[in-house]
Design a protein. Structure first.
Length: 212
């Protein structure tokens, strides 16, 4: 390589301390998600999360403080993952029944594509009953998920796709609860739960309910 050509190659920029910390925190959170999915909230320590992420056993305590703080961060991490998946799937679709069905598909497709994250999500949901550290985050997750369904249903009513007599508040909760119940069965007994068939029947039943 000539001197001119060599001088035109920009040197590799070193990552800042903030960037390195962000990367380490994300790696620890991803490792903690895997541990939650495999062992539950009580089956691992802060040190285990650091080791599983490829860092020192003491780094999670340095970044997150205590295990309850790490679990709260895990719950927020899972919430962000879910809504990022939802936004990516709904993007470009007309708000209303098409976006509602796209959101439903996010949940059912995760049984195939994101089993670890889904197991962690449902572990966190159940553990919020007895774990104050994550309860507030789960409450926000639940409310935001119901709100996302509600927005799609109301848009469907405005578009004339869904009849106006539907109880939007009740059906928003029912839809989310039904999906979670089906997914829980899939996670526990995947060989005997036909997710594609259940998805098709669930969507067909909703369309009948919403239009007749």
């Amino acid at each position: 390589m000539s001197a001119v050509a060599a001088s035109s190659v920009a040197p590799k920029q070193r990552r800042t301390q903030a960037e390195r910390r962000e990367e380490a925190e994300k790696s620890i959170l991803d490792a903690a998600v895997r541990l939650v999915a495999e062992k539950g909230l009580d089956g691992f320590t802060l040190a285990d999360a650091g080791e599983a992420a490829g860092y020192s056993r003491g780094l999670p305590a340095h970044y997150f403080g205590s295990k309850p703080d790490l679990l709260a961060a895990v719950a927020r991490h899972i919430r962000e993952w879910f809504f990022a998946k939802l936004e990516a799937r709904v993007d470009g679709r007309r708000r209303g029944l098409p976006s509602l069905i796209a959101g439903i598909d996010v949940y059912f497709d995760a049984c195939r594509d994101d089993r670890t994250m889904l197991r962690a999500l449902h572990t966190v949901l159940g553990s919020a009953l007895h774990n104050p550290a994550i309860a507030d985050t789960v409450v926000k997750l639940n409310r935001d998920a119901v709100k996302a369904v509600e927005v799609a249903v109301r848009a469907g009513i405005t578009n004339g796709e869904i009849r106006r007599s539907i109880d939007v508040d009740a059906w928003s909760v029912l839809i989310l609860s039904s999906m979670r119940g089906i997914v829980t069965q899939c996670l526990i007994d995947p060989d005997h739960v036909d997710i594609p068939s259940l998805r098709n029947n669930f969507v067909a039943a909703l369309k009948r309910t919403f239009t007749t």
